[in-house]
Design a protein around this ligand. Structure first.
Ligand code: TMP
Length: 211
């Protein structure tokens, strides 16, 4: 039977885990297998959501309350899903997204203390039961990730949060994977980019049989 829709894969993790590198490599591999691929990111991915991204990623660490952040993130996400992700899935593309709702659960939830029920209610209001088909969590000790992120430079608002925030964040992602094992897989991101790309491909092959 012909596939009715494409697949939605998200890459998650703390700062400097190598998500964007791995998103590009995963898309290149899926394209070689003959799939239309769409590489995108959050916050962002559409013109409106990219404008919201610049509000979120620049300025002082206390520029927004966690609640305002979550609302901005879901405003961006609703636009991104409606205008880019759903239409791509409907034409059977494979969509690879650098961060998605698990980042809100980990950053605004585990990191900043927002209740999971509040974030779940926001998710339902914005997106119903829409979730990725597969979520790859790139796991790395925060010290190592922050070192890599600092070397890369750029948008630093979230990187400037204290060490205990980044420790809660890492645990938050691991707890998400434990609670949703059918959707999530944790990948050790401390190796080099080739080793991580091999691990990513092995999991995508096993879970989604891309061909
Ligand atoms: P990036 O550095 O991975 O591109 O992500 C931008 C920043 O936005 C990153 O520091 C994490 C933060 N963020 C959240 O706090 N919650 C979210 O839901 C998302 C998508 C990103």
């Amino acid at each position: 039977m012909a596939e009715r829709r494409g697949r939605f894969i998200t890459l998650e993790g703390g700062e400097g885990a190598g998500k964007s590198t791995q998103a590009a490599r995963l898309c290149a591999w899926l394209s070689e297998l003959g799939h239309e691929t769409v590489q995108t990111r959050e916050p962002g991915g559409t013109p409106g959501a990219e404008e919201i991204r610049s509000l979120l990623t620049t300025g002082a660490a206390d520029r927004w309350t966690p609640e305002s952040e979550a609302l901005l993130l879901y405003a961006a996400r609703a636009d991104h899903v409606a205008r880019l992700i759903r239409p791509a899935l409907e034409r059977r593309a494979w969509v690879v997204c650098d961060r998605f709702a698990d980042s809100t659960r980990a950053y605004q939830g585990a990191g900043h203390g927002m209740a999971r029920e509040t974030l779940d209610a926001l998710h339902r209001a914005a997106l119903g039961d829409f979730e990725p088909d597969l979520t790859l969590i790139l796991d790395l000790p925060p010290e190592e990730g922050l070192k890599r992120a600092a070397a890369r430079g750029g948008e630093a608002r979230f990187e400037s949060l204290p060490a205990d925030f980044h420790a809660r964040l890492r645990q938050g992602f691991l707890d998400i994977a434990t609670a949703a094992p059918d959707r999530c897989a944790v990948i050790d991101a401390s190796g080099d980019a080739d080793a991580v790309a091999d691990a990513v491909q092995a999991i995508v092959k096993a879970r989604l049989t891309p061909g």
